[in-house]
Design a protein around this ligand. Structure first.
Ligand SMILES: [Zn+2]
Length: 306
């Protein structure tokens, strides 16, 4: 089988031990919520029924700290997950040709394979965000394991580009209050994708084409449904797409982006940080001046302040 993601990093290294200390000293309390087991809601009925855990996977619970949409109607916070990868250059070329900027959720273990692509994204004024090291289900990991996932991904992005992202996205949207708190304690605000009901999430399903679990025509139908829903809601929207596979990049550049650019009414397509009406400098620890983007954004009105 194609090795898409690497295994989670060990927790006994000096780096991870330091990050664990940093989280303890962050002033943010990590809730004592036990990890889930693999298999989602069906395999974890107790956790799924526990509203106080606020597990997005089972019911779409969000907190005020979560970015779930763009505030302005018909504004699309463009995102691509799981790269950088072999077909990312095709996507970057298309974006360049149409003067579009995107947000990229970067997998740390893939960044070490494609550092030049990561630099190209950064220098091209796209927004880089953390998407963990091994792309595991975060709620299944221990607190120490998950600290290692975020810490190593922040570190590789900093080493390659010189900046440390202030935003992250949980793989599979697998986030609960423990995972939220770990991210916030490590200086990372979660970015989800828009969800307006149990059946209407703004997920193209593109990730599943390569594995044969869905078809390109189904993904196009999903896109039509997303655009239909986007025209009905009062806010803008954020969509889940991927730059990992040939099929996902082909469908983005060959259909979804051309359709979006031709859409009537016109869509305002931009990175998530821009759709939040913040400058790109607010996307990174080193360039955020804390005047327009005090961090963590809403942490004091959330469940995490100690
Ligand atoms: Zn992902």
């Amino acid at each position: 089988m194609l090795l898409l993601f690497r295994t989670p990093p060990p927790t006994d290294s000096p780096e991870v031990q330091q990050w664990i200390q940093d989280v303890k000293n962050s002033g943010i309390t990590i809730p004592n919520i036990p990890p889930t087991v693999l298999g989602g809601c069906a395999a974890n009925p107790q956790a799924a029924a526990d509203a106080s855990r606020c597990w997005w996977t089972c019911g779409g619970c969000t907190r005020t700290t979560d970015v779930t949409t763009c505030p302005d109607k018909l504004t699309w916070g463009l995102t691509y997950d799981d790269g950088p990868a072999l077909y990312t250059p095709n996507l970057l070329n298309y974006l360049d040709q149409h003067n579009l900027k995107s947000t990229f959720f970067v997998v740390g273990s893939r960044a070490i394979s494609y550092p030049a692509l990561l630099q190209e994204e950064y220098l091209g004024q796209h927004q880089l965000c953390v998407h963990t090291w091994s792309h595991s289900y975060a709620t299944t990991q221990t607190t120490e394991e998950f600290i290692a996932e975020l810490g190593w991904t922040k570190k590789i992005i900093k080493e390659v580009t010189g900046v440390t992202p202030l935003y992250w996205r949980p793989p599979y949207g697998d986030i609960d209050d423990r995972i939220r708190a770990i991210g916030l304690a490590m200086g990372l605000i979660p970015v989800m994708w828009t969800r307006i009901s149990t059946t209407a999430t703004f997920d193209t399903g593109d990730f599943n084409i390569a594995g044969g679990l869905t078809s390109a025509s189904q993904v196009l139908q999903n896109w039509e449904d997303i655009i239909g829903n986007a025209s009905q809601i009062k806010t803008g929207f954020i969509v889940l797409e991927h730059d990992l596979f040939a099929q996902t990049v082909d469908i983005a550049t060959g259909y979804i982006l051309p359709a979006a650019l031709a859409n009537n009414p016109k869509l305002d397509i931009k990175p998530v940080i821009s759709c939040l009406n913040k400058p790109l400098s607010d996307a990174y620890a080193e360039t955020n001046d804390n005047t327009t983007n005090p961090f963590p954004a809403n942490v004091n009105d959330s469940a995490y302040s100690s």
